[in-house]
Design a protein around this ligand. Structure first.
Ligand SMILES: NC(=O)c1ccc[n+]([C@@H]2O[C@H](COP(=O)([O-])OP(=O)(O)OC[C@H]3O[C@@H](n4cnc5c(N)ncnc54)[C@H](O)[C@@H]3O)[C@@H](O)[C@H]2O)c1
Length: 247
């Protein structure tokens, strides 16, 4: 029987690419998003037969939504083996112009949402003695990033710390918790947010390999970390940033 994964923010962009990679790797996939109509369409695109996909509304602002989606996925596929915390708000407001309301909103979706995903699924995985959690961090959480906002970068740095905390906490229960930290990807979220001339400048002057990242490649890395074979990797951050940040 297939392994089962749940992805947050899977209606578009990297989340949808991750759902596709997990599906290609043989997983049954629960695609979840706050935007119900779009996530239904994304699931249908990946598997029009609906045999190995499930579309669910999950707003990461609501802890209870994680519990409900977990139960719905178990009802449909029998269990869950992997969670990918991907949902995020990517805003680029200049640092001195970020309002308290906007700051709180980005923290709530990106940081608090990832925390409750780790908490709810981490407990379930620990109880069943097996699980994989992959958190979407970012280059912005390591070096401040190329164009994203200070609130966004702060949440991604926090995700790196919480990945290690949950990894340490859950390691003895058969549960691994890792992060991936992509640099700028060739995705609508990047091309829509960064003006074309500024993006060209970033590619030429800031990215040593002088290209944007490939979402499919990042998605395959996430699927690898979500697989059974990745048992010896935990608390790690896998960098995919074109050489912008080397360590
Ligand atoms: N695009 C990049 O270059 C890049 C780089 C580094 C990291 N990342 C990370 O990858 C992940 C995906 O990025 P993307 O570019 O595909 O973003 P995106 O904005 O294209 O998609 C984000 C998805 O999250 C959903 N979402 C937003 N708020 C939500 C909420 N409260 N509950 C549930 N779903 C919600 C949106 O509806 C959308 O489908 C994010 O965590 C982002 O930080 C992206």
């Amino acid at each position: 029987m297939s392994q089962v994964a749940l992805v947050t923010g899977a209606a578009q962009g990297l989340g949808k690419a991750i759902a596709q990679s997990l599906f290609n790797a043989g997983f049954a996939v629960a695609l979840t998003d706050a935007d119900e109509q779009s996530v239904i369409a994304a699931a249908n695109e990946i598997d029009s037969s609906g045999e190995r996909v499930l579309a669910l509304q999950l707003n990461v602002l609501e802890k209870e939504n994680f519990n409900t989606a977990l139960q719905q996925t178990i009802e449909r596929f029998g269990r869950v083996d992997a969670l990918v915390n991907n949902a995020a708000l990517t805003l680029t407001t200049p640092v001195m112009e970020i309002s308290p309301e906007e700051f709180d909103k980005v923290i709530a979706v990106n940081q608090r949402g990832t925390f409750f995903g780790c908490q709810v699924f981490g407990q379930y995985f620990a109880d069943q003695g097996y699980g994989r959690i992959v958190n979407l961090a970012s280059l912005a959480g390591q070096n401040g990033g190329a164009a994203a906002g200070a609130h966004y970068g702060s949440t991604k740095g926090a995700i790196l710390a919480m990945t290690k905390i949950f990894a340490r906490n859950l390691a003895a229960s058969g549960v691994t918790v890792n992060a991936v930290a992509p640099g700028p990807m060739d995705l609508p979220s990047v091309r829509d947010l960064v003006p074309a001339d500024k993006l060209e400048q970033i590619i030429n002057d800031m990215i040593p390999v002088q290209e944007l990242g490939d979402a499919g490649f990042v998605a395959d890395m996430v699927a690898k970390l979500a697989s059974r074979e990745s048992s010896f990797v935990t608390g790690a951050t896998w960098d995919i940033n074109g050489g912008i940040y080397m360590r």
